[in-house]
Design a protein around this ligand. Structure first.
Ligand SMILES: O=C(O)CCC(=O)C(=O)O
Length: 246
């Protein structure tokens, strides 16, 4: 399993890629029903088997390995639910975290045909994001920009629109991959239906963004691959995730 050459081109060009229909209609329905029935607090990866499966969903494994390397680990995960008028973060991110330099595991590198990233996000959409609905937005290509500090504050707060800020249209079941080195944020939600997104965030095996590591005792049964992906960061003698992936 590997990314296609065209997908590599798109990730390198834009810093994000929309992966269509990663989840089947049945998988989306199962996740939505569980959310309707359960509480919505904490890490989705702890909300039961359908959510645990998303840690290493077979359709995202090629992207995880190709973009974060053979020892990829889950760093943290959370859900975003928004109703019309709800607001979240302005545009942020950028190489080394952008001008604030407060989020320094945000990086994108290319060398000798290989792409590598620091913290990256795979967002599972459980509800559509149509044109103008809001939600995830980004500045395509900004993961390579040297001037993210020049983005006007009004644009970062969405008070002024710009054609270089894009809200990707996507359907329930799609996944949006983006590197946190990309300038991105959340446009206020502007649709009648609820925004439902599950954000699973990964780091290379040697690094961490989050200060709280996973407690695998909380997860019940795990596959060996999932167990390795939930390990705290390390370099020495770290077991490979790739060797367990066909
Ligand atoms: O999906 C979104 O609304 C953006 C999430 C975000 O800002 C982040 O992952 O840092």
């Amino acid at each position: 399993m590997i990314m296609t050459p065209e997908e590599e081109f798109v990730v390198d060009l834009n810093g994000y890629i929309l992966l269509k229909a990663v989840l089947s209609t049945a998988e989306v329905a199962e996740l939505n029903e569980a959310i309707d029935a359960g509480d919505r607090e904490g890490s989705p990866s702890l909300w039961g088997d359908p959510f645990k499966k998303l840690i290493d969903h077979p359709k995202i494994m090629p992207y995880l390995l190709d973009l974060l390397g053979p020892n990829v680990r889950l760093d943290h995960d959370y859900a975003i639910f928004m109703n019309r008028g709800d607001r979240l973060g302005g545009l942020h991110g950028g190489e080394d975290g952008g001008p604030s330099l407060s989020e320094c595991d945000h990086w994108y590198k290319y060398r000798d045909g290989v792409i590598r990233n620091g913290l990256c996000v795979f967002t599972y959409l459980l509800a559509d994001a149509g044109p103008g609905d809001g939600g995830f937005a980004c500045i395509p290509g900004s993961h390579k920009s040297n001037f993210v500090g020049n983005i006007p504050a009004e644009v970062r707060r969405y008070e002024e629109g710009r054609d270089y800020v894009v809200q990707p249209e996507a359907q329930a079941g799609d996944v949006i991959f983006f590197t946190e080195a990309l300038v991105h944020g959340t446009i206020p939600w502007n649709a009648d239906h609820e925004r439902r997104a599950l954000l699973y965030k990964y780091s290379p095996g040697h690094s961490a963004w989050n200060g709280n590591y996973y407690d695998i005792e909380q997860y019940g049964d795990l596959t060996e691959r999932q167990r390795r992906m939930l390990l705290p960061p390390s370099i020495g003698r770290r077991p490979s995730v790739a060797e367990l992936t066909e």
